[in-house]
Design a binder for this molecule. Structure first.
Ligand SMILES: Cc1cc2nc3c(=O)[nH]c(=O)nc-3n(C[C@H](O)[C@H](O)[C@H](O)COP(=O)(O)OP(=O)(O)OC[C@H]3O[C@@H](n4cnc5c(N)ncnc54)[C@H](O)[C@@H]3O)c2cc1C
Length: 395
């Protein structure tokens, strides 16, 4: 493979970019993957690995998510172990005011095609013996799952390199170079030029810095999600779990998110949202959160976000309260107006492929990479991409 000329260049080594590079290389192309920091530096290396289906609304979001979930099963068979567990997931609630919300949520998701059920406390205890005495019930979805996305990115990057792909990191792409109606390649920060007729932009919430000079704009709000990790716990959580605050983010029809009760720690900074998520990692540690702030690109945990997570998670799972906290962090995610990514090979100069705007990239990132590679090589993509075109936003 020549040092500076490639069949394709992928910008960004998060889950979307490493998967794009991996599948492009597997299709036989010479590929460079360029990353400012290191693979998994962005949100892909900072999230607790949930693969939620029950947070998706009926229509394209649910249909695509189900396709991503099927893809995850085949990926888990093909890749070295990255902690994929078809664990199922629960959204639990403590307050009686959330019982009718959970009931309406079940009806809505069932109508959308998900096999969800409402569990009473006894049924929930069978699944999750660690829940605290305040928890009164939950919505259960057997299709939710868990993975270690950091490991998946590492395996994809290693597989890409072992297969002859070139990872260039740390190196930032400063500009995409146009040539007539097509592309000439990219220019790096240090002045180096890499030539290629095909550039995949998988730069997460930084994509617009590269797209805007080409006259393109991906509309999204940066959203900070916070998380924390404990030392290994003396108990394991089978299913992934979220809690009642999540219903303010994903509110079923007939309810007003603003009317749903809040816990005192959620009022420290009322502009923060919360999801009450927690999962056991393969090493026994627990990763939990996630306070979020729409419109914030601060990639550091905050006092209010961590206070909320620690106090409410300790009520859902009292056993966590005595565990040492090993780290706290945050990552920034691109939230498009419809929550769906842009996967588009026809929005700009010939050879430009956008694979960005991933809000639920744990679930969609790997599959989107396969789709991007299919688009680059002229194959029928594994999922119809019309719903992911940039022009659906009118931009
Ligand atoms: C705490 C937290 C909880 C989350 N919970 C969930 C969840 O429950 N379910 C779910 O599915 N998702 C969840 N997510 C979101 C998920 O992590 C993201 O959707 C996904 O990781 C986005 O992947 P990406 O590859 O598009 O972007 P990123 O992982 O952000 O990767 C983009 C990469 O591009 C690089 N880059 C940018 N510009 C350039 C440039 N000019 N040159 C070279 N490199 C560049 C960056 O350095 C970065 O490494 C969560 C995220 C966080 C932080």
């Amino acid at each position: 493979m020549s040092a500076t000329r490639f069949d394709a260049i992928v910008v960004g080594a998060g889950i979307a970019g490493t998967a794009s590079a991996y599948y492009l290389r597997r299709a036989g192309l010479s590929v460079a993957l360029v990353e400012t920091h290191r693979p998994g530096w962005g949100a892909s290396g900072r999230n607790p690995g949930f693969l939620w289906l029950q947070t998706k609304a009926a229509g394209l979001s649910m249909d695509f998510s189900l396709a991503c979930r099927r893809f995850a099963e085949t990926l888990a068979e093909a890749m070295p172990d990255y902690g994929f567990r078809p664990s199922g997931g629960v959204i639990l609630y403590r307050d009686a005011a959330f019982e009718p919300v959970a009931r309406a949520f079940v009806a809505d998701r069932r109508a959308a095609g998900l096999p969800v059920d409402l569990l009473d406390r006894g049924q929930l205890l069978d699944l999750l013996p660690a829940v605290g005495p305040e928890v009164s019930g939950a919505v259960w979805n057997p299709l939710d799952a868990h993975q270690d996305t950091r490991l998946l990115v590492r395996h994809l990057a290693r597989g890409f390199e072992d297969d002859g792909g070139l990872l260039i990191a740390p190196a930032r792409v400063a500009a995409i170079l146009a040539s007539g109606s097509g592309l000439a390649g990219v220019r790096l920060d240090d002045g180096r030029a890499l030539a290629s007729p095909c550039v995949v932009v998988a730069a997460g919430p930084w994509a617009n810095a590269l797209l805007q000079p080409l006259g393109l704009h991906l509309p999204f709000k940066p959203t900070r999600f916070e998380a924390a990790e404990t030392a290994p716990a003396p108990f394991r959580l089978g299913p992934v779990a979220a809690g009642q605050s999540l219903f303010r983010f994903f509110t079923p029809p007939g309810f007003d998110a603003a009317e749903l009760p809040r816990q005192p720690s959620e009022l420290i900074r009322p502009d923060l949202g919360f999801t009450e998520q927690i999962a056991s990692l393969p090493d026994g540690s627990l990763q939990f959160g996630c306070a979020y702030e729409i419109g914030s690109d601060l990639d550091q945990a905050t006092v209010a976000g961590q206070a909320m997570a620690c106090s409410i998670t300790s009520r859902n799972f009292p056993g966590i309260a005595a565990l040492p906290v090993l780290r706290q962090w945050a990552g920034v995610v691109a939230q498009t107006p419809d929550g769906l990514p842009v996967i588009d090979a026809a929005c700009g100069p010939q050879g430009l492929i956008v694979n960005a705007g991933h809000f639920f990239g744990n679930l969609a990132g790997a599959f989107s990479g396969k789709i991007a590679a299919d688009l680059a090589t002229g194959r029928e993509p594994g999922y119809p991409v019309n719903g992911f075109a940039l022009d659906r936003f009118g931009s």
